[in-house]
Design a binder for this molecule. Structure first.
Ligand code: SAM
Length: 479
């Protein structure tokens, strides 16, 4: 029996397989899109996406993975962009932003986590199928396979320009900072640490910006003892410099602590604690009854100042221009052991008589280049012109603070930026030609804190002090 010539068989189309659900990567992708599209802040959008996903059953491990993916990808975006650019044959700016976000998430898993390469590629391609479609998923697959061909060090050696040719460009790619930020940080480090601002030191600083910062709490004096707060947190360790600081073990959730819920303690970087402590420790001539925080929102320093003021029978006025931030200040001060008032006011047009206060803090709006550890997207969003933009307001707020303090009283001018244009340059400009103000050396007011430079003002550094890069100048009215 002969078999009939077989007809060409028409292959049945492969059944469409739905992409697998991966809650961690999907949350991470949505967070990156929100940061990119809506200028969302990762530290605000991510917790709300996680809460939503947890209600649908996401577990803690996936939440931790999503957090690592979002923060890690945003921090190392500059390095990943250079690597992705080397793996595609068109300019990076021609890649659709959602595709680029998926690629960056994949690059982070491949180059900076312990996720095995095959799992990182397949999970990211699944994510691409679910979020941006099958066609683009193929492109993602091809690019990720190229990226997976070598490790991060090999990629950096390939894509970063040689240090000897252009040191700042090299560091910008290796440590994932915009070039202008590398330049500004290096200038400032050179000003404050002249003997220790070579390549190794600036690399340590840039690396510290890419480390996950530990969470530090402040035990507000008069409300809870530091030891008592520490006892509530078994794996915590004492602060390095502030007697009120308690450092949380990794993975702790401070929001759930009774001491935080009752305002006895707060989340506060040690650098911010030191600013408040130094201002409170500065000598004033005469009475010490009324303190002002002129830029108080959201209220971290005001809450510490209020507690310190209460200990010596002084009152605090906490002033903030934006009503919603003034409400946060009121919440932070709620239950303060001594008298305080929260007002909504423009600090450049004081709502009080000149010379009303014994101590004044102005923690002015700034570029935030000292807190890049905490705000992973900030370095990509900020522009050099922002720094110049803050200048007039910073000068006005300092002038106004000097007018608000009485003769013999002290003003603290603080920024969470080490950019010289926002720190010493502002103070020098405001003091130029004035004979009624003297510098107070801030260094002895921070006992035990090393590497504070030649004074009288101080600059803290993440790599040297483990704090945000806070700046503080203390100034006394003399006439
Ligand atoms: C760096 S933040 C202060 C942080 C605060 N000291 C803390 O530790 O929580 C600067 C604050 O100044 C406020 N601000 C901006 N312009 C102001 C003005 N003209 N008068 C008063 N506050 C102002 C901003 O709204 C912002 O809340």
């Amino acid at each position: 029996m002969s078999t009939p010539a077989s007809k060409p068989v028409k292959r049945a189309p492969r059944p469409h397989r739905r992409p697998k659900k991966d809650p961690a990567r999907s949350v991470a992708f949505r967070a990156l899109r929100a940061v990119d599209e809506r200028d969302a802040y990762a530290n605000l959008i991510l917790p709300s996406l996680l809460r939503e996903a947890e209600q649908k059953g996401m577990d803690r491990r996936d939440a931790a993975l999503a957090t690592e993916l979002v923060y890690g990808t945003l921090r190392l975006q500059g390095t990943y962009d250079a690597i992705i650019a080397a793996c595609i044959d068109r300019p990076l700016r021609e890649v659709d932003p959602p595709v680029l976000d998926v690629l960056s998430l994949g690059a982070h898993q491949l180059l900076a986590t312990r996720i095995p390469s095959h799992a990182a590629v397949s999970a990211t391609v699944e994510l691409a199928r679910a979020e941006i479609g099958d066609g683009r998923a193929k492109f993602v697959n091809a690019v990720l396979r190229r990226i997976s061909a070598q490790d991060l060090d090999a990629w950096i050696a390939q894509v970063a320009p040689p240090y000897e040719e252009d040191a700042e460009d090299h560091l910008a790619v290796v440590h994932s900072h915009p070039r202008w930020v590398v330049s500004a940080l290096w200038d400032s480090l050179g000003r404050w640490q002249p003997g220790a601002a070579g390549r190794a030191a600036v690399e340590e600083l840039l690396r510290a910006d890419n480390d996950r910062p530990e969470v530090t709490l402040v035990a507000r004096p008069g409300r809870i003892a530091t030891e008592q707060l520490a006892a509530e947190l078994p794996d915590s360790s004492p602060g390095r410099w502030s007697p009120y600081a308690v450092r949380l073990a990794e993975g702790g959730d401070p929001g759930s602590l009774p001491a935080i819920q009752q305002n006895q303690a707060g989340v506060q970087d040690e650098g911010s604690q030191l600013v408040a402590l130094a201002l409170a420790a500065a000598a004033v001539d005469g009475p010490d009854r009324l303190w002002l925080d002129g830029c108080a929102g959201p209220g971290g320093k005001a809450a510490l100042l209020g507690a310190l003021a209460a200990e010596r029978g002084a009152a605090l006025v906490a002033s903030e221009r934006q009503p919603h931030r003034a409400r946060l200040v009121a919440r932070a001060l709620d239950g303060n052991p001594g008298p305080y008032t929260v007002i909504t006011a423009d600090g450049t047009k004081p709502a009080w008589r000149p010379g009303s206060f014994d101590r004044v803090l102005v923690d002015v709006p700034c570029s935030g280049l000292g807190a890049l550890r905490r705000r992973p997207e900030a370095r990509w969003r900020r522009r050099p012109e922002d720094v110049a933009g803050f200048g007039p307001l910073q000068r006005d707020l300092l002038r106004s603070a000097l007018a608000s303090v009485r003769v013999g009283g002290v003003v603290g001018y603080a920024t969470c930026s080490p950019h010289l244009a926002e720190t010493r340059a502002v103070v020098d400009d405001v003091l130029r030609g004035r004979a009624d103000v003297e510098w107070v050396d801030a260094r002895p007011l921070l006992p035990g804190v090393p590497a504070l430079g030649e004074g009288p003002d101080i600059q803290l550094w993440p790599h040297l002090h483990g704090t945000d890069a806070m700046y503080l100048a203390l100034l006394r009215r003399t006439a």
